[in-house]
Design a protein around this ligand. Structure first.
Ligand code: ZN
Length: 333
């Protein structure tokens, strides 16, 4: 009987593995040229987004914490980035400026955009000194400024002049447009800045929203989200962070606004690619669960088993037991 049972279990395992590997291949993104590609990097609790414009410029917005810097630089270099055309710091907090220090130390940067806020921290001072030492021209971004990078345009809708002196609310907020597809990158603004942006009547509609302040409860008000009307909401957030980000009520507001939510703590690095008329969203790290299956052990049959963390079910035509799930992950080529 044992010799008869094992081959069936092995066949189930092999079939499921084959399906999993096929799905994995379908989920991994391919390199795109002539497209705008926006990569929301998994920098743990922090923010970092890399834009590759259709004409090949590299724009880096924030860099996560200082500890994320070496990983960020090696990620960019391994994806063919030799220099940064535009480096943007949304605001001086450590979870945004830290990694940019490592970038400035290791890569050529043509120009920098910041809010030119005064803020007392050793990391921000180091960032400012590196810009000065390397003679990198720096633009103080304000609401109403417009920039063009190849076929991509960027409209600044925050901060106002004069600044409010609140670091989060003075974040540089850019609405990036390519054709009919828009991205709203909100830094760490909170409800005060959101209300002021609405009060200034700025256009903030965007298909893809980088959710403000790591999904904090004090950001992403229903009024603001109604104007953004996002289809995709990306939250840059660390696993088990001490701030409780993202806030469950913020997640509910995003869902109520009709957005599909992607999170760097769950999906890893998230890549959005657009030709200016349509877009695709692909988590760069695909997690797959490979079942370790035995037939008829223990005695209770389990023909339908839910995959961990998903709505998908594993179905087997005869009494089968999933003994364990093996989680594997793979980076895209
Ligand atoms: Zn932050």
């Amino acid at each position: 009987m044992r010799a008869h049972k094992f081959p069936q279990a092995a066949i189930v395992l092999l079939l499921l593995s084959a399906v999993s590997i096929t799905l994995w291949a379908l989920l991994t993104p391919s390199a795109a040229t002539g497209f705008l590609q926006v990569t929301f990097l998994d920098v743990s609790q922090g923010d970092s987004a890399w834009l590759k414009t259709p004409d090949g410029r590299d724009i880096l917005i924030d860099g996560g914490k200082e500890s994320e810097g070496p990983g960020l630089v090696s990620y960019l270099q391994s994806h063919g980035v030799t220099d940064i055309e535009v480096l943007v710091l949304t605001h001086p907090h450590a979870d945004h400026v830290g990694g940019l220090v490592t970038v400035l130390e290791n890569m050529d940067v043509d120009e920098a955009f910041t809010n030119c806020q005064s803020y007392d921290s050793a990391t921000y001072q180091e960032f400012q000194e590196l810009l000065l030492d390397k003679g990198i021209p720096t633009t103080c971004v304000r609401d109403g400024d417009d920039f063009t990078w190849g076929g991509v345009s960027a409209a600044a809708v925050n901060p106002p002049e004069p600044l409010t002196s609140d670091a989060n609310n003075d974040s540089v907020v850019l609405r990036i447009s390519y054709g009919t597809i828009d991205f709203l990158l909100t830094g760490d603004i909170e409800s005060q800045a959101e209300a002021q942006i609405l009060g200034r009547g700025r256009i903030i509609e965007a298909e893809i929203l980088k959710v403000a302040h790591h999904g904090s409860g004090s950001s992403s008000t229903a009024l603001f989200l109604a104007q953004v009307d996002p289809e995709i909401a990306v939250i840059s957030v660390g696993i088990s962070n001490p701030y409780g980000h993202p806030d469950p009520e913020t997640l509910a507001r995003l869902r109520d606004a009709g957005a599909t939510i992607y999170r760097t703590d769950r999906h890893g690095t998230i890549v959005v690619t657009t030709d200016g008329t349509a877009y695709s969203v692909q988590p760069e790290t695909s997690y797959l669960y490979l079942p370790f299956v035995m037939k008829g052990w223990p005695s209770t049959p389990t023909p339908r088993t839910t995959l961990p963390g998903s709505r998908w079910h594993l179905w087997a035509p005869y009494p089968t037991r999933v003994v364990a799930w093996l989680r594997v992950s793979g980076a895209a080529p």
